[in-house]
Design a protein around this ligand. Structure first.
Ligand code: PFF
Length: 455
């Protein structure tokens, strides 16, 4: 198995692929409205602390589990500790979570693709600002268009995954992550030069701690887990393609810092524009799809060419970010079918496409023809999102840290992180990390559960 397994070619390839998974709709679509709803700069500060103190150690655990086992997420813990029931539960969740997540993530990826097309055709800039919300609602509630863009988006991602780890995932991420960086920085520059944007910049850099409470702490931690792709099998699976000579701590830290940077840049790009447009920052999930077109259409009358170019760049950025995340989810399922049943990557990708295509179709229709079908007051997409990000991903992350902290053991962890003693690994740093993995992370995750379900 070991010899046949593909590897990422270089450290940069590892970081780009992992950062590609981490940087996604979570950064550009979810983070800005979370910041808007939970107190601006104060939330950002807590988010940075949560990422460095809790999520990064969890990330290191997942990469370690993947690389040490050299197995896809389904088999990773059972290979390291045969017979451990917790490992089998984790294996099962590691197939369920990415498949469900990939199904509805692809629906929102499809919305980004549609808005990219609308930007490219000039429609976003031509429409009147008053029409923006109606256009969004009409689009998501119509049966065919969102279904088509969902399948198109999923098809692009399945195609990249079918090509393999090196020639598909690695090649795509190496090009798209730098492009994404320039697109976001370009957007930021555009956004902060808009008249009226200064208030938004102030909102992003001036902390108001009175808005911070247990709930916002739990949201910051939950968002940071989601943003780093934790608890979905993706990082474990990518970890299994990391070479034995690679430094896990350095690659993980570089990924976490890039993800943080992107979230903050995206927030700085979106929030000043939101203020410039006079929109409520806590407007919720529609923030990106409604406010950004609002701004482009408002400015379109005076600056049609610049607005069109920026609208194209912005929705291209969201779409590319969503593709690199979606492929990491599909890879978990494809490598499972490939490793467990010996199916070729192409056939595995076709099967995963069909399955996620169908489940995603139901999610997509939950805004239109299936809108009446609700469970606990939620449509299917919202329900799946809630189930994955508030329950299953946290549970899987909790199992991962407990597994490394209590079952894999300190010496095996040290051995993996120091590449068998060949890398320098300071005693102090290692002990802090081990403490964070064994105690801080499980307690923090348990607190999120308590806040979400009891408080
Ligand atoms: N990290 C992605 C984002 O921020 O959009 C979402 C995600 C991708 C979560 C892959 C989990 C995953 F395995």
């Amino acid at each position: 198995m070991e010899n046949k397994r593909e590897n990422f070619g270089s450290r940069l390839a590892v970081i780009f692929a992992m950062a590609g998974s981490a940087i996604g709709l979570g950064n550009i679509w979810r983070f800005p409205f979370m910041v808007g709803e939970h107190g601006g700069a104060a939330f950002i500060l807590i988010y940075i602390l949560a990422t460095l103190l809790v999520s990064l150690p969890v990330f290191i655990c997942e990469v370690t589990i993947g690389r040490r086992s050299r197995q896809t997420a389904y088999n990773a813990m059972p290979t390291l500790k045969p017979g451990l029931r917790l490992g089998r539960v984790a294996g099962f969740l590691s197939v369920l979570v990415p498949v469900v997540l990939a199904s509805y993530y692809s629906v929102i990826g499809g919305w980004s693709l549609e808005y990219f097309f609308q930007a490219a055709s000039g429609r976003i800039v031509r429409q009147s600002p008053a029409e923006v919300t109606t256009v969004f609602e009409t689009f998501i509630s119509s049966p065919w268009m969102p279904l088509t863009t969902h399948l198109l988006f999923l098809g692009i991602c399945a195609f990249i995954v079918a090509r393999g780890v090196k020639s598909g995932i690695e090649k795509f991420s190496k090009v798209s992550i730098p492009v994404l960086f320039f697109l976001i920085v370009g957007m930021l520059v555009y956004s902060v030069t808009l008249p009226g944007s200064a208030e938004g910049v102030r909102y992003m850099v001036h902390p108001d701690f009175s808005q911070i409470n247990a709930r916002s702490l739990a949201y910051a931690l939950g968002q940071s887990f989601y943003s780093l792709s934790l608890g979905a099998g993706a990082i474990v699976t990518y970890g299994s393609y990391v070479k034995k000579s690679e430094n896990i701590i350095v690659s993980s830290a570089a990924t976490a810092v890039s993800d943080l940077l992107f979230a903050i840049l995206a927030g700085l790009a979106v929030m000043p524009a939101v203020f410039a447009a006079g929109i409520e920052p806590g407007a919720g999930p529609g923030l990106v799809f409604q406010t950004i077109p609002f701004i482009f259409s408002s400015l379109g009358a005076n600056l049609p060419i610049i607005s069109t170019v920026c609208a194209i760049a912005f929705f291209l950025a969201i779409t590319v970010a969503a593709i690199t995340s979606e492929i990491s989810l599909l890879e978990v399922a494809v490598s499972y079918l490939h490793d467990k049943f010996g199916l070729s990557r192409v056939w595995s990708s076709v099967l995963v496409f069909v399955f996620c295509g169908l489940v995603g179709a139901l999610c997509s229709l939950s805004f239109g023809p299936l809108a009446a079908f609700k469970l606990s007051g939620m449509g299917l997409l919202d329900l799946f999102d809630w189930l994955c990000s508030n329950v299953l991903m946290l549970l899987l992350s909790l199992i991962s840290v407990i597994f490394v902290g209590f079952f894999l053991g300190k010496e095996n962890l040290r051995d993996e992180l120091s590449n068998g003693g060949t890398l320098p690994l300071g005693r102090g740093l290692f002990n802090i990390l081990y403490f964070a993995i064994k105690w801080v992370a499980p307690i923090a995750i348990a607190l999120i559960f308590i806040t979400n379900f009891i408080l």
